[in-house]
Design a protein. Sequence first.
Length: 236
Amino acid sequence: MKIFPTLLCLSAAAVDVVSAHYRFMSLTINGTKTADYQYVRQNNNYQDPIEAINNWNMRCNAGALQGLKTKTAQVEAGQTLGFSLDRMIFHPGPLQTWISRSTVPDVSQYDGSGEWVKIQSDDAKVQGTVLSWPNWYITEYNFTLPASIAPGQYLIRAEHIGLHLAQEAGRAQFFVSCAQVQVTGSGTNIPTGGIRIPGDPVAYLPRDYQATDPGIMLDINHATSYTAPGPAVWTG
Ligand SMILES: *[C@@H]1O[C@H](CO)[C@@H](O)[C@H](O)[C@H]1NC(C)=O
Ligand SMILES: *[C@@H]1O[C@H](CO)[C@@H](O)[C@H](O)[C@H]1NC(C)=O
């Protein structure tokens, strides 16, 4: 379907005026979208973003430190997974996916306090003197679960960072959700090289998010390059 860019911009701006945002509501397994909040922990703040970088809601969104009502999806190492949103991503910014191995036997009781490792990052492309965002206007995306990842229970976290107001510290908007998965397969690699979410406010790990990170606080209208925050993608 072809949509005229001007119309798309106008309608996105109109939506913004009423403060409607977007949220990741369902997990896609092998190209099949599962039911909303079947495997994704349900948040209780509608479509609102998280802005406070040191808030626990940064992990899995508001009201989602546990997923006792959420099912855990059976997935295979190396397979294609994805997330779907309730409406399109219409703020500019990076789209990233993270994984954290459960530190307790049942991932529905895991609060995400362990290490988070990046497994996908959809960064800005520089076109002339402006940044363009490959994820702009999408309502779903895919990523690959590394084939060598060790079996076990994990949280997988989708993260889109809206950077339209990010010239001030604390104004980047984080849209996040976590899915609960049981990974099967013959992999042996435990994901490493990650961060804590939120970072420890007293003793930051080197790559933990901070409000003034260059990928989190910047004027995107005048930026000519961009690197998404956090460590490099772990490929297994
Ligand atoms: C996903 O697709 C792959 C490749 O077609 C297949 O081997 C695997 O069994 C599928 N897994 C699930 C959970 O459907
Ligand atoms: C996700 O992957 C599935 C299966 O591989 C494919 O059918 C679907 O078009 C992909 N979706 C996107 C948004 O790339």
